[in-house]
Design a protein around this ligand. Structure first.
Ligand code: CP
Ligand code: NVA
Length: 299
């Protein structure tokens, strides 16, 4: 059966743990300059309905490292944009390539695509979640602080796609996630329900950050929400992760952000560029974690 990766919950706890370990091995191998080309002759198609820096570069470079080829497809230049159905596009492309990465406006589009694809489909961000980001984030947390089970992370800001994937990670890996959002910006109720006791919701950043092992945030206006930006800047006042908020967490707490970051909005420059921030490792680990994912889905 074709395995796709549409949400983090598509992996079992063991599979996720193994992927994180494999990503760490691939990182060491890459640093040593060792060649490892298990995907020689394989092709990856990448459809991006929205902008990307990290996701596109990491998949394209990762596929090259593994011996395969990646092709970037903009829907604007495809027949999709002239009305060819997603289902037909999936049937056609999946007869020609070995896996398909999609960054889409709507999660339902990726699900429809996957339902008609013969090959694995990878969610490279949708309005619902961003599972590839969490592979890298969990790798980064483990690298810096060891096993994450039993620890506490605080999500400060918008209950968005990345927040949803953090909630799924908490459930799978056994850490607790405190989510602090302004009223009306909480995460999806079904995803929260599914996570049970792994997640708690609130509206006070300081309470969420109290003695936390890690603080994580993301932009207040995701791609597609540009028109709400002015209102959101108002509604999220008081949710900036700054040095005072970091001081509420444990002294060795890490700061994470999937990037791109908007300095002095969701995070102060002092925190983003400060000693507790691991955002550049997080970004680099997109490469290693997605190579582990490609190996897992394609080998
Ligand atoms: N974090 C992330 O997915 O970045 P890009 O939008 O640059 O791919
Ligand atoms: N929540 C952000 C993440 C960007 C990587 C967005 O969807 O735009």
């Amino acid at each position: 059966m074709t395995r796709s990766f549409l949400t983090l919950a598509d992996l079992s706890r063991d599979e996720l743990a193994r992927l994180i370990e494999r990503a760490r091995e691939l990182k060491v191998q890459h640093r040593r300059g060792e060649r490892h080309t298990p995907l020689a002759g394989k092709t990856l198609a990448m459809i991006f309905e929205k902008s990307s820096t990290r996701t596109r570069v990491s998949f394209e470079a990762g596929m090259a490292h593994l011996g395969g080829t990646a092709m970037f497809l903009s829907p604007r230049d495809m027949q999709l944009d002239r009305g060819e159905p997603v289902e037909d596009t999936a049937r056609v492309i999946s007869r020609m390539v070995d896996a398909i990465v999609i960054r889409a406006n709507s999660h339902a589009m990726i699900e429809r695509f996957a339902a008609h694809s013969r090959v694995p489909v990878i969610n490279a961000l949708s309005d619902r979640d961003h599972p590839c980001q969490l592979l890298a984030d969990m790798q980064t947390w483990v690298e810096h602080r060891g096993p994450v089970a039993g620890k506490t992370a605080a999500w400060i800001g918008d209950g968005n796609n990345v927040c949803h994937s953090w909630i799924e990670a908490a459930r799978l890996l056994g850490f607790h996630l405190r989510v602090a959002t302004p009223k009306g910006y909480g995460p999806d109720a079904a995803i929260v329900r599914e996570a049970g006791k792994s997640v708690s919701l609130g509206h006070d950043p300081a309470t969420a950050a109290d003695k936390a092992d890690l603080i994580v945030t993301d932009t207040w206006a995701s791609m597609g929400q540009e028109e709400e930006k002015t209102k959101r800047l108002r509604d999220f006042a008081g949710y900036t992760v700054d040095a005072a908020l970091m001081r509420r967490a444990k002294p060795d707490a890490l700061f994470m952000h999937c990037l791109p970051a908007y300095r002095e909005h969701e995070v102060s420059s002092e925190v983003l560029d400060g000693p507790q921030s691991v955002v550049w490792d997080e970004a680099e680990n997109r490469l290693h974690a997605q190579k582990a994912l490609l190996e897992f889905l394609l080998k």
